[in-house]
Design a protein around this ligand. Structure first.
Ligand SMILES: Cc1ncc(COP(=O)(O)O)c(C=O)c1O
Length: 389
C-alpha cells in the first residue's frame, strides 16, 4: 500500500544535524557538532526534590489534564522574569509551550499560508526552517553582518508575514546584536509594518555583560517573543513559552490545543517548584562560568591551530563559534575527513534558507572538556590541511 502524502510532507527533510549526530555518537569521536547543553549543568538534585514535593503536595493535579495556556503560577513567573529584563507583559499573554520549538510551529501554523513570504536571517536556526517549512512559506533571506540583519536590507522583506530573528548569541553564528542595531532594526520593521518573531533561548547565557533589551520591549504590539527553559535548566523537560500581543493569543492557543492540548502539567509544576524562590539566580551564573571557560579554551585552540585564511568571531555568550574557512573550501566535503580523523562539526550550509555559504561551519564548545576541545580543533586543522593537499 502506498500512502498518498501531503504536499507539505514532501517538503520535510531529515535534519542534517540529527544525521551528523548519529555518526558522532561513535565512541572516541570529539563532537563539536551538537547543539545540546552540557548535562553537567542539569540541576538533578533540585529536580528530584521538587518532583517529590509535587507528588506529595499536589499529585492528582500534576497528573491530570490541565489548561492549554499553561500552569498559572509558571505563567506569572515568566511575566515577572521578563519584566526584570525590561519586557513588560501580562501573564495572560504567556503561553507555556512544549519547548520553544513548539512555539515556532504554532507561529508557522497561525501566520503562514502556502506561498507567503517569511523573512529569516542568513544564516538562521535550522530548527526554525524545519518548523516553518511544512506551512509552505517562500523564505526570504535578509543580508546580515557581524551585528545581525542589516536594517537597509529589510527592504527585501517588505510584505513578509514576519522576520524571524535571534538577537542573542545566535544559533548558529554566535553573534549578539548591539543596542544600536536593535534600535535601527526595530525602527525599520515598524516603518515596513513587518512583525518580528524574536527567539531567545540563549539570552541568559552571557559571559561578561547581559545583552541589550529584547526587540519585543521596543515594539510590543508588533513582536512575538519566544523563551525556553532548555538552556538554563534542562531540555528534556520540553518547556518553553511564547509571549504574544493580546490579539494574537487566542489563535496561538487554538493551534496549541490542536497540537497537544497542553504542555505536561507535571513538568510545569516541578519547574515552578524549582525556580520560584530564586534558584536560577544562583544556578545560571554557574553555567555562565563553565561555558565561558570552555569558550576561552576553544578560542585559544582556534588561534593555535587553524591555518591562515580562517576567520571567526568570539562569542560573548551562548554555545557556538561560527568559522569561515578560506573561500573555495567546502565544509560538507571536509566533514568526512574530520570524522575519519576523529572529530565532528556541523557544516554551515545547513543553516541557510537559500544561497548557502559552503565555506562555513559551526562548533559547539559546551559539552566537551577544554582538553577535548583542544584535541578536536587540532584534528579539524589537520583535516583542513589534508583536504588542501
Ligand atoms: C535558536 C533556537 N530556538 C529554539 C530552540 C528550541 O529549543 P527548545 O528546547 O526550547 O524547544 C533551539 C534549540 O536548540 C534553538 O537553538
Amino acid at each position: 500500500m502506498t500512502f498518498q502524502q501531503a504536499r507539505r510532507a514532501a517538503r520535510m527533510n531529515p535534519s542534517i544535524i540529527r544525521e551528523i549526530l548519529k555518526v558522532t555518537e561513535r565512541p572516541g569521536i570529539v563532537s563539536l557538532a551538537g547543539g545540546l547543553p552540557s548535562p553537567d549543568t542539569f540541576p538533578v538534585e533540585a529536580m528530584r526534590e521538587a518532583a517529590q514535593r509535587v507528588l506529595r503536595e499536589s499529585p492528582r493535579e500534576a497528573l491530570q489534564y490541565a489548561a492549554s495556556e499553561g500552569y498559572g503560577p509558571l505563567r506569572e513567573w515568566v511575566a515577572g522574569h521578563l519584566a526584570e529584563q525590561g519586557l513588560r507583559v501580562q501573564a495572560s499573554q504567556v503561553l507555556i509551550t512544549t519547548g520553544s520549538q513548539q512555539g515556532l510551529d504554532l507561529v508557522g501554523k497561525v501566520l503562514v499560508d502556502a506561498g507567503s513570504p517569511v523573512a529569516v536571517e542568513s544564516p538562521t536556526y535550522l530548527g526554525a526552517l524545519q518548523a516553518f517549512t511544512p506551512y509552505e512559506p517562500q523564505f526570504v533571506s535578509v543580508d546580515c553582518d557581524e551585528d545581525g540583519p542589516v536594517p537597509e536590507a529589510l527592504e527585501a522583506a517588505r510584505g513578509a508575514r514576519f522576520l524571524y530573528v535571534l538577537p542573542n548569541f545566535q544559533n548558529p553564528s554566535g553573534r549578539c546584536m548591539s543596542e544600536g542595531r536593535r534600535a535601527a532594526l526595530v525602527e525599520r520593521a515598524i516603518a515596513l509594518g513587518l512583525p518580528l518573531i524574536e527567539d531567545n533561548p540563549y539570552g541568559d547565557l552571557w559571559f561578561d555583560a547581559a545583552p541589550p533589551a529584547a526587540l519585543a520591549s521596543r515594539w510590543p504590539e508588533g513582536s512575538v517573543y519566544l523563551g525556553s527553559f532548555s538552556k538554563v535548566l534542562a531540555p528534556g523537560l520540553r518547556l518553553g513559552y511564547v509571549v504574544a500581543p493580546k490579539a494574537l493569543c487566542p489563535k496561538l492557543l487554538q493551534a496549541k490545543q490542536a497540537a497537544d492540548l497542553h504542555t505536561p502539567s507535571f513538568n510545569q509544576r516541578v519547574v515552578h517548584e524549582v525556580i520560584r524562590e530564586g534558584f536560577l539566580q544562583t544556578h545560571v551564573p554557574t553555567i555562565r562560568a563553565r561555558y565561558r571557560a570552555q569558550r576561552d579554551a576553544m578560542r585559544a585552540a582556534l588561534e593555535r591551530h587553524l591555518p591562515p585564511g580562517c576567520r571567526w568571531n568570539v562569542p560573548v555568550g551562548g554555545m557556538f563559534f561560527w568559522i569561515e574557512l578560506p573561500e573555495g573550501v567546502d565544509a560538507m566535503q571536509l566533514l568526512p575527513h574530520a570524522v575519519e580523523r576523529g572529530m565532528a562539526f556541523v557544516p554551515g550550509a545547513a543553516f541557510y534558507a537559500d544561497h548557502p555559504r559552503a565555506n562555513t561551519l559551526r562548533l559547539s564548545f559546551v559539552t566537551v572538556s577544554p582538553e577535548r576541545i583542544e584535541q578536536g580543533v587540532a584534528l579539524l586543522a589537520q583535516s583542513l590541511k589534508e583536504l588542501a593537499r
